[in-house]
Design a protein around this ligand. Structure first.
Ligand code: PMV
Length: 347
């Protein structure tokens, strides 16, 4: 019972991992569990128009990004559709027109795969729930995260908020390698509305694609101990998020960021993804923390940009510090203020 025409629009966020996912096996199964803050301001808005057609053998879609046809992005999305086709057979019955835009500057070094793929997944699930009205909201989110994971692992953590765990972990109830789940325990109030300022140090092309990066963990001499450490850190951060031990939070989060980069420096081929200004910023953050008795800390993605994390009570002072001291290390003085958000929303 397929509908003739439908159109859905979803806004889905980016996320920033605190315990990092780095290393996977097929099909997109993580080697360790990870946890992230869902962001609020950095998001993608995607509309998919579905028009019923005669069944096709290759998924038929057009892709527009910020109003312009974007064939360069098509192979990645085509590959995504291929991976999900057995779970969404109806995609062969529709011509899809996808319109997408990001709230953050294009090629800012902010990964758009998490927000982009989670938005497409939510649009597909909206169509699926028209076809099968029995699906509960919980089932819809779970399957959307499952689909997004097949596109990009971290995208599985971009459906819900404020914190999401992806990867089977004995201490996180309901956790799975197949989809992300909302952190199931009560967060201590210090972590409510946590702030994340993203400092754009280098907006260039990624030196290492995440596919290449994950694969480097297969032959990596420290792989096994890294996976064990990450799962241990997930147990620790689960406690910390509930008891509010912010000093332990700072220590664990910075160590995770540096370990991610250490994995890249100790793989073969090896990479240094930090830039001189990344290190300048890290040192300034450490100085500021000591001098102001602050709980500011940093985390990093697989690139040179720095995410500065701090509790809401420090917002005014830290924002001044960013504007006066840290912005000069950013490309064109660019940075983005963000904070923890609550996940996908229908538009
Ligand atoms: O989702 P992917 O395959 O692009 O991998 C992302 C990996 C990191 O961003 C470096 C860490 C993480 O857990 O998000």
């Amino acid at each position: 019972n397929l509908v003739e025409k439908a159109s859905f629009t979803w806004q889905t966020p980016s996320n920033i991992a605190l315990v990092k996912y780095w290393g996977k096996s097929n099909p997109q199964i993580p080697k360790n569990a990870s946890i992230s803050f869902t962001l609020n301001n950095c998001h993608t808005i995607t509309t998919i128009d579905f028009k019923k057609i005669e069944k096709v053998e290759t998924v038929d879609f057009d892709l527009f990004f910020e109003g312009k046809q974007k064939d360069a992005f098509k192979p990645k999305i085509a590959e995504f559709f291929k991976r999900i086709q057995e779970y969404c057979p109806y995609i062969f019955d529709y011509k899809m027109t996808i319109n997408s835009e990001n709230s953050f500057p294009h090629s800012s070094g902010i990964a758009s795969s998490a927000s982009g793929l989670s938005a497409i997944s939510m649009c597909l699930m909206s169509l699926e729930s028209e076809l099968n009205s029995d699906l509960s909201a919980e089932e819809i989110n779970k399957k959307a995260s499952f689909l997004a994971r097949l596109g990009s692992g971290s995208a599985s953590r971009s459906i819900e908020g404020p914190m999401v765990v992806w990867g089977n972990h004995p201490e996180i109830e309901g956790s799975s390698d197949l989809f992300g789940v909302k952190f199931p325990y009560k967060l201590h109030s210090v972590f409510e509305n946590y702030q994340d300022a993203i400092l754009l140090v280098d907006k260039g092309e990624k030196q290492v694609s995440s596919t290449v990066g994950h694969n480097l963990m297969h032959e990596h001499p420290y792989a096994e101990s890294r996976f064990t450490q990450a799962n241990d850190n997930l147990s620790k951060i689960s406690e910390i998020l509930q008891n509010g031990d912010i000093k332990a939070f700072v220590n664990l989060v910075e160590s995770e960021a540096l370990t991610l980069h250490a994995m890249m420096m100790t793989s073969n081929p090896y990479f240094i993804l930090m830039k001189p200004n990344t290190l300048e910023i890290i040192n300034k953050i450490w100085e500021y923390r000591t001098e102001n008795d602050s709980n500011i800390c940093f985390t990093l993605d697989a690139g040179a940009n720095v995410h500065v994390l701090y509790p809401e009570v420090e917002k005014e002072k830290v924002n001044q510090f960013i504007e006066k001291e840290l912005s000069k290390y950013c490309q064109k003085n660019q940075y983005i203020y963000d904070s923890v958000g609550f996940g996908a929303s229908k538009k």
